[in-house]
Design a protein around this ligand. Structure first.
Ligand code: CDP
Length: 793
């Protein structure tokens, strides 16, 4: 393999978007072990930081004695909440307008919370010294159950907030309660189901960490950090530290998976900065696996009641839901300000309803903060799970095939753009062909016949269907901001004299192949081979401002920015070409990579010729400056709404209640497909996530608030053994407003797969009269469900 020009790049350089075999530019460095992650950063004189964490979930801090730790020969500093309070740094803002303790000053609010930190010459000494810190706690009654959190008289967790007398975090509603009530009153059939989406964790392979290097002479801070949003983080540090942004450089190098876990700002990042300021040396902090699982942003944790109203012949009239959302001890999610429940408002799914209504109460509990968008766009996973489960419950009630029920209620193609009953404007969609393609790939009718035969023999085979519509690509800025920062993204493109180019982006890849796909977009627009286009990201000193990568927003937002900035460069190239060919710019025709005179294809200049002229000797047309570059900030007019149809086949062992996912068919529609191979990889990863959530993963707590999912022995991630060979397909319904018609796709499979798998298991258990069972469907839960003993949520 030639690392400079990966195989496949020579093919179809003129039409790189959609190129079926274009390999990833970044892979030569990853497969050779030459990636550069935060923990690879080594600086002269660098010290190491370790964090002391609370062993209990709820306790008053009585005293901390750090004398013995300070006396350790390799220890350079021991910092407590009291020290930070003196610097006005004991608390920090979260990305959801709450505050979170950096180090405990008054009260421990979750097990694993940061209490103190040690900076030492090496990582081992720092860890050893933690053992020498003596902390006295006055244990308090913990609040673990969300329902109990709302009971009068429950211990108040957030007594740091002025006037707070209960554990309400926020209340939120959407839709029309009265219209929904009326639709329910008219319905022939109403089905109601309690559904829990348990607390799960994104568990990226690389845990969180940072290297902070504060230069006291220049007053400059350089922070290598595992962040999905370097610019947004920098602005927050600037506000908290009182430093101007240009004195802070946030570098987010290669990131070993983010999945939403690396969006929040964690106390550890701030501790690393303080550690560097206090010691005058660079300081590295890297979490271990348990710290990551116990203390960083979890996801989901929604207790939902879903209700659906329909006519006897299967016309869905309305959906209503009531949700209790567990946000842990601090509201540490990162949702757009106007959307405290993220995009949960899309719980009406892919169906044309008459009315919908949701009421949500979010609560504080003595658990780690979070509610992050784990591989989804701000709570869409929860919304899709709710609607796809409740629609299946209705199908069972009406004895209508679940595919048939969905097809009867799909939003029809001519209804797009479609405004949902909760106010979301779906940009485009054509659902039935996607559903039919999934049925074709799965051989749906044959599967149902096979199932009937097996049922007759007492075998437990299940077929589960889900159909989802996502909303990805936040902004526009007028509707969406995070802490006042508008959700729009910058892009800068520079074409060098030799016709090679560099494109700089505000989004941040965590493994999705941005270095390849953004080069493809620019290459498609400018006719420069992707191999000649370098993609720069993850360094605030070298990229334009923007809000970063999460919620599958890179392609919808920065993908648009990349196409438009390339078109801006092309407009300038046209003017330069008109001077070179001595014709009016209007008489020029653009054909991938060159301009020619209309009617005379032989008289042409390539983009490379133009780039040289833009920088070279000789005059340019009047009013045209030298160089060939442009910059824009793209403010997307709307979200994009990808969709997909998933069919899952499971076999349940009647003797052990073990679920085996035998087949899984996923048909996705993300509009224009830039890199089909990367899309497939994204889908495979998301489907694997889905198996984990549906069957294996849960961050549970005992009644004292001890986290029971603090290691990968307890928090079970799926491996190749648990997943089938994925069968994927696609349809293409371009986004009408995106410059190249692309919608996001990175998280579609995580969103769409859990309901397909659960629906399949419930279908397998239908002979036992099971209508619902909560995730994760471990053998014990399936066993309980088979015996009608499903535990209450
Ligand atoms: O924001 P994030 O990169 O996580 O998600 P995304 O925008 O959905 O893109 C995930 C990956 O799939 C990126 O490398 C995209 O360029 C690629 N993709 C694609 O090739 N075609 C699309 N229509 C959407 C995404």
């Amino acid at each position: 393999v030639d690392a400079r020009k990966p195989a496949g790049f020579e093919d179809n350089d003129q039409h790189p978007v959609g190129h079926g075999r274009m390999l990833r530019k970044e892979d030569p460095r990853f497969v050779r072990g030459r990636g550069n992650y935060v923990d690879d950063v080594q600086l002269p004189g660098m010290l190491h930081l370790a964090i002391l964490r609370a062993p209990v979930a709820h306790a008053r801090l009585v005293s901390i004695d750090t004398t013995a730790a300070e006396a350790h020969p390799k220890v350079k500093a021991v910092v407590t909440g009291e020290t930070l309070a003196g610097l006005n740094l004991a608390w920090m803002p979260t990305l959801s307008n709450d505050v979170q303790a950096v180090l405990v000053t008054d009260k421990v609010r979750f097990q694993g919370q940061e209490v103190a930190f040690v900076v030492a010459e090496d990582r081992y000494a720092a860890r050893d010294a933690l053992e020498l810190i003596d902390v006295e706690y006055d244990i308090l009654d913990p609040v673990i159950d969300v329902r109990r959190a709302l009971e009068p008289g429950a211990p108040v967790i957030r007594d740091d907030l002025e006037g707070k007398t209960d554990n309400h975090c926020f209340d939120w509603e959407t839709g029309d309660a009265a219209a929904t009530e009326a639709a329910f009153a008219r319905a022939d059939v109403v089905v109601s189901q309690d559904i829990v989406y348990p607390r799960v964790h994104p568990a990226p392979m690389e845990t969180c960490g940072a290297v902070a290097d504060f230069d006291p002479v220049e007053g400059r801070l350089t922070l290598w950090s595992t962040t999905q949003a370097p610019h947004a983080h920098r602005t927050l540090y600037a506000i908290v530290a009182g430093l101007p942004e240009h004195k802070i450089r946030v570098i987010s190098p290669d990131i070993g998976g983010g999945f939403g876990n690396k969006v929040p700002i964690y106390p550890g990042y701030v501790c690393a900065v303080v550690g560097s300021i206090v010691t005058g040396k660079p300081v590295k902090w890297m979490e271990d696996r348990s710290e990551n699982l116990v203390s960083t942003g979890f996801a989901r944790d929604y207790v939902m009641r879903g209700e659906i109203a329909a006519t006897r012949d299967g016309r869905i009239l309305a959906i209503r839901t009531n949700v209790i959302a567990d946000h842990g001890a601090f509201n540490g999610t990162a949702a757009p300000v106007k959307y405290p429940a993220g995009f949960f408002g899309v719980f009406t799914g892919s169906y044309d309803l008459e009315a919908a209504y949701c009421h949500m109460s979010a609560v504080y509990t003595n658990k780690a903060p979070g509610g992050v968008a784990y591989a989804c766009s701000f709570r869409i996973t929860e919304a899709v799970y709710l609607v796809e489960r409740i629609v299946d419950c209705l199908a069972a009630e009406l004895a209508i095939d679940p595919v048939d029920l969905r097809m009867r209620n799909f939003i029809r193609p001519e209804q797009f753009p479609y405004t949902t009953k909760t106010g979301w404007v779906y940009d485009s969609g054509n659902y039935e062909p996607t559903m039919r393609e999934a049925m074709r790939l799965a051989g749906y009718e044959d599967l149902r016949r096979e199932q009937a035969g097996k049922r007759a023999r007492g075998e437990l085979m299940g077929i589960g269907v889900s159909f989802f519509t996502e909303a990805v690509g936040a902004g526009p800025r007028k509707h969406m901001d995070i802490l006042g920062l508008g959700m729009a993204d910058g892009c800068e493109l520079r074409v060098h004299p030799t016709g090679k180019a560099v494109v700089r982006l505000s989004v941040q890849s965590q493994g999705q192949g941005h270095e390849t796909t953004f080069a493809q977009i620019v290459g498609e627009e400018l006719g420069i081979p992707p191999a000649d286009i370098d993609v720069v990201h993850g360094d605030t000193d070298n990229t334009p401002f923007g809000l970063g990568t999460y919620g599958s927003r890179s392609t919808p937002v920065s993908g648009g920015a990349a196409a438009l900035v390339a078109r801006k460069v092309r407009d300038k190239a046209r003017l330069i070409a008109s001077g070179m060919l001595e014709v009016s710019a209007d008489d020029l025709v653009w054909e991938k990579g060159s301009f020619h005179v209309a009617g005379d294809p032989g008289t042409a200049v390539t983009i490379q010729d133009i780039a040289m002229r833009a920088h070279g000797a000789g005059d340019l047309p009047d009013g045209v400056e030298g160089a060939l570059e442009a910059q824009i900030t793209y403010n997307p007019p709307n979200l994009t709404y990808p969709h997909g149809a998933y069919i899952c086949v499971v076999d349940v062992d009647p003797g052990t209640a073990q679920v085996k996912v035998r087949r899984f068919v996923a048909v996705d529609d993300c509009g224009t497909r830039i890199n089909p191979m990367i899309i497939e990889g994204q889908i495979h990863g998301g489907l694997t996530d889905g198996v984990g959530m549906a069957l294996m993963e849960i961050i549970a707590f005992d009644e004292d608030g001890n986290c029971l999912g603090g290691s990968l022995m307890d928090y079970l991630l799926p491996t190749a053994l648990e997943v089938p060979d994925w069968e994927t397909g696609f349809t293409v319904t371009p986004s009408p407003h995106h410059p190249i018609g692309a919608k996001g796709v990175g998280e579609s499979a995580t969103v769409g797969s859990p309901p397909a798998i659960v629906n399949a298991v419930v279908d397998a258990l239908a002979p036992f009269g099971v209508r619902h069972a909560d995730m994760p469907l471990t053998p014990s839960r399936v066993w309980d469900a088979m015996r009608g003993q499903a535990r209450p949520p």
